[in-house]
Design a protein. Structure first.
Length: 610
């Protein structure tokens, strides 16, 4: 199991969190204010002559101070960002908010994966470091896409960049957004619509600029190449590039990539990585933690920090996600924690943050924080649970089981996947960020296979990366495999916790994962293949005594993922639904074809009542 490939789109209208939290001393947040100088709309010229617009908020002092930079696609004056800038400035930092190339007040053409964003980050850091009010020490901060801009900039290794604090940053595009193991997230189509043109395209009050409310209807449109235009978005020429470049080997995506040994080996800065268990971009933080610890270019770079809590994408301020309240310890004041990070690495304050445990995880169910020595947790017992049935695992009322040992007899389960009638997500609009919502609705359909343990005799903690091994065949020339990990309560509520996906033609291990797909595999109808699927979204959960562990398997999850039309075409985004192929799917299990899920079981903790 390659832990480097295991971990997490973009919550577009972000209210950057400034919550109160028991995790940070009040004295850190309540520091006395200073008089500030604010400058708006200053133009900074990049190396190719394009001018980016920046706002500056800084203390009114004569001495040079460290600076914090955020590079933003959503508008530097939107969503409380100016208030956040003032908060940091009152604590002794010059704060620079920059509109990205082609967005809002900045010049140039917009493309979310333009490799020039890397150069722009370097050039902005260089410009900041030469201002009279900066002491040539710069940090970077921001949520979601602004986490990407931090890593892209850090990969260029400007000597003045000293630390970054990416919150809920995505990994490289082909591992999480827009594609995951070859499957495009339906959410990305909302992102594309929002980001069409120079300013935000907003059609309603709901998340994702209002496009989420019609996602289920809109994403039935084919070919996918035309969805953005179908929604009325006429000014996004880059959208076609994203659909046509559906392989990670494409120059379009490789040019913006930073992950992998060679990429991390260029990055010198320490990183504070924060993610949520229900974060749409969750794999970014653990991937970057592991990558920097292994390959970082400096001692400090190889000392990253990782924090994962029970949050959706975009905020660490909440204690309740969906219907579940995770308690008063769940919220985290990410601004105050980032301030401690920057105070140490930019101001030299000996506040002890560099000596604290490198990993902190919040375990749901126990509703407790735990400090850890590493990720994955060193004490993990990697434990296999094997799929079994008498051939009727369809629906949660079927005979599917999860066993601690391979079943002795060979068996298989079958279901039909019809792309014109996809399995529906239980989520409103198909969002993971709605929390551990009840999966019983899709599990009541015959197109979903369900495998469940008996009620647990004791509390069982599962915290860390998850992998499933499936032996499967399809009657089509391509299809998708979608697998969920679920916590089944005694009352039957089936809370979805974690998820893995794979397009069948991305199955080869040498082609799977972040930026390794040089080609697509051939899928011969009805031939059995072994699929190794690393879950993109992992978990930290205590399955309590009496609960059951469940795995379900299906081939669609509309509208969270765009449907595979099963044609076997190299580019599913160019195919019309008129050519869709109905597929008979088979999952095999038994001594010869031992399909199993590999779970990170954590031994009983000293303070636990287990």
């Amino acid at each position: 199991m390659d832990l480097f490939k295991i971990g997490s789109s973009l919550l577009l209208i972000l209210a950057l969190a400034q919550p109160a939290s028991a995790q940070v001393s009040p004295s850190v947040r309540d520091s006395p204010a200073q008089h500030l100088i604010e400058e708006r709309g200053q133009k900074v010229v990049m190396r190719d002559g394009v001018a980016l617009s920046v706002d500056i908020v800084r203390p009114d002092v004569t001495a040079a101070v460290p600076a914090l930079l955020s590079i933003i696609p959503y508008g530097k004056g939107n969503d409380g960002r100016s208030d956040q800038a003032r908060w940091y400035a009152e604590r002794g930092y010059a704060v620079i908010l920059a509109d990205m190339r082609g967005r809002f007040d900045s010049d140039g053409a917009w493309d979310p994966f333009d490799p020039r964003h890397k150069n722009d980050g370097y050039d902005l850091v260089d410009w900041v470091s030469k201002q009279r009010w900066n002491n040539a020490r710069v940090g970077m901060f921001g949520v979601s896409y602004m986490g990407w801009t931090q890593w892209w900039t850090a990969s260029q290794a400007h000597p003045a960049l000293k630390a970054i604090a990416p919150i809920m940053a995505p990994p490289d595009p082909m591992y999480n957004l827009p594609y995951q193991q070859g499957v495009m997230k339906g959410l990305f189509l909302d992102v594309s619509a929002c980001l069409s043109g120079r300013v935000m395209q907003i059609v309603g009050p709901s998340p994702y600029c209002g496009f989420r409310q019609n996602r289920s209807r809109d994403l039935m449109h084919t070919p996918y190449l035309d969805i953005n235009r179908y929604r009325g978005m006429l000014d996004a020429p880059w959208f076609e590039k994203i659909i046509r470049n559906n392989l990670s080997s494409s120059d379009y995506f490789r040019a913006i990539a930073y992950q992998g040994p060679d990429g991390y080996a260029k990055i010198t800065v320490p990183s504070l990585n924060i993610a949520g268990w229900f974060d749409e971009d969750q794999p970014g933080a653990p991937l970057n933690y592991v990558g920097m610890k292994r390959y970082g270019a400096s001692r400090e770079g190889r000392s990253p920090k990782l924090i994962i809590g029970p949050w959706p994408h975009g905020t660490t301020a909440v204690r309740k996600v969906g219907s579940v309240d995770y308690g008063p310890d769940a919220p985290l004041d990410s601004d105050a924690l980032s301030l401690r990070w920057f105070d140490h690495y930019l101001k030299g304050v000996d506040n002890g943050i560099d000596r604290e445990p490198p990993v902190s995880v919040f375990v749901m169910g126990a509703n407790k924080w735990y400090s850890e020595r590493d990720w994955p947790l060193p004490q993990t017992h990697w434990t296999k649970f094997f799929l079994d049935s008498n051939g009727h695992a369809n629906t949660s009322s079927g005979d599917g089981a999860l066993l601690p040992a391979p079943p002795p007899n060979a068996a298989s389960d079958h279901y039909v996947y019809d792309p014109t009638h996809p399995t529906l997500s239980p989520f409103a609009g198909g969002n993971i960020e709605d929390g551990a919502l009840d999966a019983r609705v899709p599990e009541a359909t015959s197109s979903v296979l369900v495998y469940t343990t008996p009620p647990l005799n004791e509390d069982t903690e599962v915290t860390g990366p998850i992998q499933i091994k499936l032996f499967a065949s399809t009657s089509a020339r391509d299809t998708d495999w979608i697998v969920h990990l679920i916590d089944v309560r005694p009352d039957g509520y089936a809370g979805l916790l974690a998820e893995g996906v794979m397009r069948a033609r991305n199955r080869d291990p040498q082609n799977a994962g972040a930026f390794n797909s040089a080609k697509l595999s051939e899928i011969i109808p009805n031939r059995i293949y072994e699929y190794t699927i690393d879950f993109w979204r992992v978990t930290g959960n205590l399955f309590q005594k009496g609960h059951r562990i469940r795995v379900d398997v299906q081939s669609s999850y509309h509208p969270y993922y765009l449907r595979n039309l099963n044609t076997g075409a190299d580019n599913n985004g160019l195919v019309d639904a008129a050519g869709a192929v109905v597929a008979t799917q088979t999952i095999y299990h038994g001594s010869r074809y031992a399909s199993y899920i590999l779970l990170p079981i954590i031994p009983k903790r000293a303070a636990d009542p287990r």
